[in-house]
Design a protein around this ligand. Structure first.
Ligand SMILES: [Zn+2]
Length: 514
């Protein structure tokens, strides 16, 4: 009865799932498959990670049988049917359990040592590779790099692969499904509920992880409120698979500067950001966003681009310097960092002067601002691929400047490299469809002038520094979190190999293997 009560009154709470797990049917059919001594009241994370690969497959088979009993099979033994009846009322719980099983990591964080036998290793510390290295993983951390695997360790054979640190994408939008044109964008905000968009975001989070991105910085939800904070929470609680996340929640812009635009004044339309005007209101918005889970504050510092006769990419700055200073001051006071969307002359200059922590896109950056960025450690997140990807579509929709920007961007990238600015890998995934592998950015960075090793370090060591997690992420060395990916082939010879990640380990748990 307690079960029925819990399920019928509390469908959407994790406890209903745990109640299902306590149910005699589950304990009889599924408990024998446990490899560890899990208690049924332990949470889903432990439950879903407590199986070896073959046992996980066996469990999935059993689970399908269980679902069959629950949902259809009238010829099932009557005891099972009666037991199932209790649970049938909660279709959510069933789906949630199904999802948890379906998405469980392939292997658990083993209590035994795990040995990854790597054909080559790019550890992110140097620009060269080492051959035939064994990475020993103990729980969620890297224990040691060795030449042979110790007796008794679980061995994962990656001897035909190159192992690398887990990749970090520092500019994503998991709540967005591509917005080449304004119509693509408007449709998502006008016709999709935040709840529906959040469901899509959970799929994008899994995609990101499977592409090899074990951490992301998601820089605003584009009108979906604080849904990114909830996706992050669901990942951290082991409900869904996904990368480690830092989130920016709603982002800030001024009145009249951010879509949706162009509707009749009497029609109330949603906006992709929180609109604020004036330094005090901006401070209040920063406080509000932080209180709802923002790790970063994202600002849009410019808009409406044109190429001047001297080739400089010009813009209309959005916030006044006073407003930008207030935002940065308030965020830093609360130990949060600021990411500034700034594509051109004035937006970049105002942001750099205000002391933001990263410049997003930066298609044009004046030499003097590059100098300040290098001196103050302000990161440059160039997002090259997306610019090329959206250019034709936006030009066709009447904005040819997007095609002109590509060349300007490449020249800026060259100057930034020369000036010694820290360049962090970021893709703007979500600005293009998540079905496209964001690792295409590696080839774009190499095309623009980086070596493959530089591009990979921008997505590992440098990106970890941008997240402030350089002590636990970004390189493969003892004591760091075991975020490790592998690709067939040699990414230093052909960086497009980074689009072929076929092994993914996040904090010691394997999510994908060749
Ligand atoms: Zn973006």
């Amino acid at each position: 009865m307690q079960l029925r009560k819990t399920l019928s009154t509390n469908f959407f709470h994790l406890s209903s799932i745990n109640q299902c797990l306590k149910h005699p049917f589950f304990s009889r059919e599924i408990s024998p498959l446990h490899t560890t001594s899990l208690r049924p009241d332990e949470n889903l994370l432990q439950w879903s990670t407590g199986f070896s690969t073959t046992r996980a497959q066996e469990l999935q088979k059993r689970h399908r049988l269980f679902q069959h009993v629950l949902l259809r099979d009238r010829s099932a033994p009557s005891v099972a049917r009666q037991e199932a009846k209790l649970i049938r009322r909660s279709s959510f719980a069933v789906i949630a359990i199904s999802f948890a099983v379906w998405t469980a990591p392939l292997t658990a964080q083993s209590t035994r040592l795990v040995a990854l036998r790597c054909g080559s290793l790019f550890d992110g510390r140097s620009d060269t590779q080492r051959k035939n290295v064994v990475i020993l993983v103990d729980g969620e951390k890297i224990k040691e790099l060795a030449s042979t695997a110790p007796a008794g360790a679980d061995i994962i054979d990656l001897s035909h692969e190159t192992c690398l640190p887990g990749l970090i994408d520092t500019h994503t939008h998991i709540l967005l499904q591509g917005d080449i044109t304004a119509a693509d964008y408007d449709e998502q905000l006008l016709k999709q509920s935040p709840e529906y968009r959040t469901i899509l975001a959970t799929v994008n989070a899994r995609r990101a992880l499977e592409y090899g991105f074990t951490s992301i910085r998601d820089v605003e939800t584009e009108g979906a409120g604080y849904a990114d904070a909830d996706v992050k929470k669901a990942i951290n609680n082991g409900i869904i698979p996904g990368p480690r996340m830092q989130v920016a929640t709603r982002a800030l812009d001024v009145t009249g500067a951010y879509p949706l635009q162009g509707y009749a004044p009497n029609v109330a339309v949603p906006h992709g950001v929180q609109l604020v005007d004036g330094a005090d209101n901006a401070r209040q918005a920063v406080r509000e966003q932080i209180s709802h889970g923002a790790d970063w504050i994202k600002v849009y510092s410019d808009r409406t681009y044109r190429v001047r006769e001297d080739g400089v990419l010009d813009d209309i700055p959005t916030f006044t310097p006073e407003e930008l200073h207030a935002i940065v001051d308030e965020a830093h006071r609360e130990r949060r960092k600021v990411a500034s969307h700034a594509m051109a002359l004035n937006g970049v200059h105002n942001s750099v002067e205000a002391g933001v922590d990263s410049i997003e896109h930066g298609n044009y950056i004046a030499d003097a601002d590059l100098k300040t960025m290098a001196a103050h450690g302000i990161f440059y997140v160039p997002t090259i691929f997306v610019g090329e990807y959206v250019a034709e579509g936006r030009a066709a929709a009447g904005a040819p400047v997007w095609v002109q920007m590509i060349q300007i961007h490449q020249e800026t990238f060259h100057r930034a490299l020369k000036a010694g600015v820290k360049i962090a890998f970021g893709t703007d995934a979500g600005g293009f469809d998540w079905k496209i592998n964001p690792a295409k950015e590696f080839s774009s960075m190499v095309k623009f002038g980086m070596t493959p090793a530089q591009a990979i370090r921008s997505a590992t060591a440098t990106a970890a520094e941008l997240l402030g997690m350089q002590d636990s992420l970004g390189t493969i060395e003892p004591g760091k979190l075991a975020d490790i990916v592998a690709v067939p082939g040699d990414p230093l010879a052909d960086v497009s190999a980074m689009e072929k990640v076929d092994f993914v380990m996040k904090a010691g748990a394997v999510y994908r293997r060749p």
